[in-house]
Design a protein around this ligand. Sequence first.
Ligand SMILES: Nc1nc2c(ncn2[C@@H]2O[C@H](COP(=O)(O)OP(=O)(O)OP(=O)(O)O)[C@@H](O)[C@H]2O)c(=O)[nH]1
Ligand SMILES: [Mg+2]
Length: 572
Amino acid sequence: MATGGVGRGPSGKVLQVVAPSLIRLRDELASVELALETPAAPEGRRVRDELAGQVEDYLLPRLRQMDAPLLMVVGGSTGAGKSTLVNSLVGAPVSAAGVLRPTTRAPVLVCHPDDVRWFEDERILPGLARTSGGRAEPGGLQLVPAAALPAGLALLDAPDIDSVVEANRALAGQLLAAADSWLFVTTAARYADAVPWDMLHAARDRGTAVSLVLNRVPPDAVEEVPAHLREMLRERGLEDTELLVVEETVPADGLLPAAALAPVRGWLDALAADAHARGELVRRTLAGALDSVPPRVRVVQGALAEQEAAAAALRDGAAHAYESALDEVDETVRSGSLLRGEVLARWHEVVGTGEFMRALEQRVGWVRDRVRSFVTGTPPADAELKAAVGSGVDAVVASAADRAAERAAGTWRAHPAGRALLAGAARMDAASTELGERTEATVRAWQGHVFELVREEGAGKRTTARLASLGVNGAGLTVMLAVFAQTGGLTGAEIAVAGGTSAVGQRVLEAIFGDQAVRALAARARDDLLVRVRELLDAERARFDRLLDPAAPDPSAGERVEAALRGFERTR
Ligand SMILES: Nc1nc2c(ncn2[C@@H]2O[C@H](COP(=O)(O)OP(=O)(O)OP(=O)(O)O)[C@@H](O)[C@H]2O)c(=O)[nH]1
Ligand SMILES: [Mg+2]
């Protein structure tokens, strides 16, 4: 039915299940981003893209239309004479050959005029724009009908496989992956080069049908060089490769003389005449390509698993750093160290001026002091104490957040994926610039909460008379100080002693800090402070999450790829 077709392939039923499972696999693979710079990422991305390309360019079209003509891709090193060979087979300069290396940039597909319809649309290689009647631009595919070629067999002149031009190399790989068979061209001078052999091994491993043209063999070496090449093929398990020897001649008008070309033409004509043999080639390459899918998917899965592990490690690294920052704040708050310095100085002012004592003994005195300070505009000592407590907490949070950022950035820098994320980000090894303001607001809110606690306590009449006598302000500050002293081993008495407060003051303090109501309130106030600090630190940690999240793999990706792979394997 179809001109020069290669016969029916797998049954329609097989096609109906293989193609959809392959489409699903392709789609799942396409959603695997591998955006983190892990060691296996470059290879994973390459294999993923190559596989996706081959599904699109070759596997799906071939599965759907087994009777399309055989596409033979002419590949090999630059200057091996690929274009000259194709031109010579066609009998016309359809593909530019030249001395400038590399010459072929856009592939040229030559086929019998009756076969053109198979290649005109985007059935195969849908990403390459078709051109006919002129040279294709890079990114295009030039389509040339040539009656000199037998029907059922198309030749595609590809760019060089080991090109210095990256785009050429990638395109050559893409074209070879779309081939029903390879016509690999090498020369007597260069057949030992490494890259072509790597390609031949890859083709062998993948079950791709390959024929080898040994080009430009000097007449006096037609025995020795092909024999040596056959030996190399044997050593590499490629002894089944068809070897076509083309003797060195001087091309006339860019075309090889018929005599030199005879081995290649003879082989091609025989293949064109034998639909069964062509069908075998097509099926062999197709089966090999389908077989190669699972191991290649596994390469992508390996890279994906590595990304998942990396994302988890980076997330944990940041989480740990900020967990310890919270512990650090907790410890500092408990240790009593906040009661030194400014806070202690203010405390002494309060105790020294006897405000607390007067308040204890006589509320009137307290009020009088406040009125006086209001009138004179001097902040009362307790307001300064409150401010000192606030900036003490600010400083503790700030330094804990700085250290956490430094630690988190440090763990990230030790990881290639983390390094790459940090490189594209603003400075991450210090606390955020907004932290200071946020902390101030948080501490203010906490202090407000403490006064509120004290007020509720007073209203509930659960408190002792002594605490109540301090007023909300005095009691609130007392509770705040008790937060910093409560579990650090320092009692109010000890602070007083440490500060050299008078014996009278000491007794007062003992009475205040020893108060069960103060202890209970301080415990609640400390828990509340830590909850608020945790929120601050969470917001700081979230900066790391914001860098990581967009690059981290979708948590369900691994499962979806695995399910799609199993689905594909079931259909085979
Ligand atoms: N003397 C001689 N020159 C040849 C022969 N085959 C090719 N050449 C010359 O070698 C040069 C390269 O040939 P091309 O056919 O362009 O090689 P290619 O493999 O297509 O090279 P790229 O497109 O760069 O990959 C041209 O100048 C050709 O004329 C041959 O059999 N004998
Ligand atoms: Mg060329």
